[in-house]
Design a protein around this ligand. Structure first.
Ligand SMILES: C[S@@+](CC[C@H](N)C(=O)[O-])C[C@H]1O[C@@H](n2cnc3c(N)ncnc32)[C@H](O)[C@@H]1O
Length: 116
């Protein structure tokens, strides 16, 4: 039997989920203030990136060591200006990605890393 629990809340704080208990995270965060998504949801691009930072830390907390988080996202252009969401997301989480890749390429298995 599969048990499904739906929680309504912000992924910034997933207090209902124990640390190191999740095998896979798949998420589709807002595309900043894209007209096709949620225009004017954020007051600034920095505010949007701060949300990605907070959610990223929380996702890292709930994931079991060595497990993966998949982000469904893309860069967006709003009123002619390009917002490089993918590059910024990689930069925000890069310490962990680089660390994990290095461990794997050196023959070791991915382990928990210090949070950023
Ligand atoms: C690009 S849409 C993804 C929609 C989803 N893939 C679907 O098919 O319904 C972004 C979603 O992020 C949700 N969202 C925005 N801020 C959030 C937050 N702090 N925590 C969790 N979800 C959030 C929005 O409500 C919206 O449903």
């Amino acid at each position: 039997m599969i048990y499904v629990k739906i929680v309504f809340g912000s992924s910034e704080n997933m207090k209902e989920v124990s640390s190191s208990s999740v095998h896979l995270v798949v998420m589709s965060p807002p595309y900043y203030n894209a007209p096709f998504d949620f225009p004017n949801l954020f007051s600034s691009y920095d505010e949007f990136l701060e949300l990605l930072r907070k959610v990223g830390r929380e996702v890292y907390r709930v994931l079991q060591p060595g497990r993966y988080a998949c982000y469904v996202t893309q860069d967006v252009r709003i009123e002619g200006k390009l917002y490089p969401i993918i590059a910024d997301l990689i930069r925000i989480r890069s310490t962990r990605l680089v660390s994990s890749t290095r461990r794997r390429s050196s023959g070791g298995s991915p382990r928990a890393h210090k949070d950023i």
